[in-house]
Write a protein that binds this ligand. Sequence first.
Ligand code: SF4
Length: 329
Amino acid sequence: MSEAALIEVENLRTSFAVGSQRVEAVRGVSFSIAAGEVFGLIGESGSGKTVTGLSLLRLLPPHAAVAADAMRFRGEELGRLSDAEFRALQGVQLAMIFQDPVGSFNPAKTVAWHLQHAIARRRACSGSASGSGGGDWAEEAAQDLRNVGIRAPERVLASYPHQLSGGMLQRALIAMVIALRPALIIADEPTTNLDNLVERQILELIRAQQKKLGASVLYVTHDLGVAGEICDRIAVMYAGEIVEMGPARDVLERPRHPYAQGLLQTSASLERRDEYLYELQGEPGGRGDATGCAFAARCPQAMAQCRTTQPRLVEVGAGHVSRCLLHEQ
Ligand code: SF4
């Protein structure tokens, strides 16, 4: 993996205890994100993209088990950090924007309270002389809100979460993340619940702030249009595996894996508002046949050997890989 990588993940496996069994949600996922890069994880519900992000941040419930050959942040192995050492990174160097901003706020506290705590946390972790009680936090908080397009920061600072619209609350959440000045932002479908206009604004905002901070972003989405707008590189996930990965433009304009091709066709059909929408056949999710390709039951190009042989990631272009036996013939 690249020496300039901010984060490197090798062979990540995440499973959950369900009754007496373990269900694998992420199966051997490897990727790296360079400093300042926006890397997208794309897939349907249950593909493992959100669990991958939560595994990185140790935000999974106790019945989850996470293992990896390596998970390095700035070259340091995250698995070796104690919970206390990890907490010093989590929420400061590594921050998350969730799909539902409401859950990120304490409903009994104002936006000012949240921003003050975010600023205090960053200062405490960076050893800033201003300390947690630094008197200039209010001006910094107001500036962070202006940076996300909020013209009346004083009103928003004095507001409780329930007094703000979904779009405004998402902006306030992004301001809170910006206040931490993180090196890596994990954004999990942050525009899913917003209308189109606000979604565009929030995407532009994330991109602008990411450039300003020089931060890297792991952007989780099921929306190919969104991924095309914001990501430099993307990985398409299916049944817990990366099935295609490469520069965003290459993957979205010339997808090589049948699943990625199907996703693109579905997205184009939706955009054209076709009378009969193109749909991938079958249900997304688990791999029906553990010995073959995870996508075999749904793949329009499946061959007999797809049910018995597991495909590996094969290079199909510059920095572009795809997991399909068709590439190995
Ligand atoms: Fe389809 Fe076979 Fe390729 Fe899997 S390996 S994506 S089933 S053609």
